[in-house]
Design a protein around this ligand. Structure first.
Ligand code: NI
Length: 265
């Protein structure tokens, strides 16, 4: 496995349920000569020893990534780390995990049994992060989980895959401001996540982010086919920090709002 191959796998899996991301990618691509650079991708998991952040991280650490900062999202009951690579053209990786132990006993038991379905061969593979879901899904259960945690419901349906890719605005050839990116997205009839305002963060915190609202995708549940939110596309602009280096971390208050891009509309 190489970084390029792993990201290619994740991208193909992502646009298979979020074709809007590919459309937007192609719109940016048509405006410039070079490839679009990703700022980061994000992955979701559960905090069981079997499949927690450390387990998913292995796929990236083996390819030269390093673990960086830790983030805590108390109200959403999430913990996260970000990972970076020496090659700055390689996207940063943001992996979060649901603190299942903070939910009631019934949910804990449900997820504990669910993750037993992940074959050991997959858990130990170099493409676990793009392996999807390893269990049957019920629409009733999805809605029950959604009431308690959008994140729990999303993971239940989609499993291991990129939750979003993020365009690095700094590397776009014809856009400088995030405002212009947002205008471009909206003028092409895509909807932005307005939770916490269209732009999360500011130059003072060295990071500005915006994202589309996850598009609805038809998913086959045991009860039949239903449309539910899938994945979204994000845009990030970074500023130099007080050491005069481009900031490469994440702002928890902004990430907290970005998570809501997969909420039901
Ligand atoms: Ni993100």
């Amino acid at each position: 496995m190489t970084v390029e191959k792993l990201f290619d796998l994740l991208w193909k899996q992502y646009i298979s349920i979020a074709p809007e991301a590919k459309e937007i990618h192609d719109l940016f691509r048509s405006k410039q000569n070079n490839e679009i650079i990703n700022d980061h991708i994000a992955l979701r998991t559960l905090n069981f020893e079997r499949c927690n952040i450390s387990v998913l991280a292995k796929n990236f650490l083996d390819l030269g990534y390093e673990m960086k900062e830790n983030y805590d999202f108390k109200s959403k009951k999430l913990n996260a780390y970000h990972f970076t690579h020496k090659n700055h053209n390689y996207a940063k990786v943001f992996i979060s995990e649901l603190k299942v132990n903070e939910f009631d006993e019934k949910i804990q038991v449900f997820f504990k049994n669910l993750v037993k379905n992940i074959p050991d061969s997959i858990l130990n593979s170099n493409s676990l992060v793009a392996s999807g879901r390893h269990w049957e899904i019920s629409y009733k259960k999805y809605n029950e989980l959604y009431e308690v945690s959008e994140y729990a419901a999303w993971f239940y349906v989609y499993g291991f895959r990129a939750n979003h890719f993020t365009v690095n605005i700094n590397d776009l050839e014809n856009f400088t401001d995030i405002e212009d990116v947002n205008t471009f997205i909206k003028s092409n009839s895509y909807e932005l996540n307005t939770s916490g305002g269209e732009i999360k963060g500011n130059p003072k915190v060295c990071l500005e982010q915006s994202s589309t609202l996850a598009q609805e995708t038809q998913i086959e549940f045991k009860e039949g086919k239903y449309n539910i939110p899938s994945c979204f596309y994000e845009f990030a602009k970074r500023y130099k920090d007080n050491t005069n280096k481009l900031y490469d971390g994440f702002v928890a208050a902004s990430a907290d709002k970005i998570f809501e891009s997969t909420n039901k509309r």
